[in-house]
Write a protein that binds this ligand. Structure first.
Ligand SMILES: Cc1ncc(COP(=O)(O)O)c(C=O)c1O
Length: 198
């Protein structure tokens, strides 16, 4: 027993089971309520945030439990400097004046869904910026949404009890959702090379 792991051969187990969208079908269609967490996201010098390491998720579990106990659906974690990082298991996007913004990959898991969304948006002519976001920018955003393999693309309709935009999924989120779903269902010729058939 110990914490000095001299050799660690990679061991992978893949569990498969039917699973709907992680934050619910209703969340995908109508949006969820999120809370800025009192837990801070890992700093890049604390954990290797770009890796999907089980230990990283203890931080997510605390944040998620706190958010659910307070009556919200999901937690948004700020980084060690107080800027928006990501949700407990998703990356975060916001829209302001037609520009899609997301957090640079410093203290976040750089998700594949995040990459797909950036590509889809740019291909649709939507300007995309990777820049630091403050929590108050979320409060006055036109749209906020989360992305992840599990959560797919889930809009946020409220952050800290403040209504985001019109309180329902906005046009840019809906447009990207539509391309995303037709892509993962194999109906989008342009992105067919992203798919691995099993
Ligand atoms: C902390 C965290 N951020 C972001 C993501 C999104 O990553 P991906 O789009 O690769 O699923 C996940 C997915 O599990 C995650 O756990």
């Amino acid at each position: 027993m110990g914490l000095f792991i001299k050799e660690y051969p990679v061991r992978v187990a893949i569990a498969c089971w039917p699973w709907g969208p992680y934050l619910g079908e209703d969340g995908v269609s109508n949006g969820i309520r999120a809370k800025v967490s009192s837990y801070t996201r890992h700093h890049a010098n604390v954990m290797m945030t770009k890796a999907k390491i089980c230990g990283n998720y203890v931080n997510s579990i605390f944040a998620k439990k706190e958010a659910i106990a307070a009556g919200y659906d999901e937690a948004i974690l700020l980084d060690a400097e107080g800027y928006v990082a990501e949700a407990s298991g998703e990356n975060l996007f916001m829209v302001k004046n037609g520009v899609l913004k997301t957090v640079p990959p410093n203290s976040i898991l750089k998700g594949i869904t995040r990459d797909a969304i950036i590509t889809i948006a740019r291909d649709r002519g939507i300007p995309v910026l990777e820049e630091r976001l403050s929590r108050d920018e979320l409060y006055i955003a036109d749209e906020v949404f989360l992305s992840g393999t599990a959560a797919e693309i889930t809009p946020i309709r409220e952050v800290d009890d403040r209504t985001v935009g019109k309180g329902k999924p906005g046009p840019i989120c809906k447009a990207i959702q539509s391309t995303f779903y037709s892509t993962v269902q194999g109906r989008e010729e342009k992105y067919k090379h992203w798919l691995a058939y099993v």
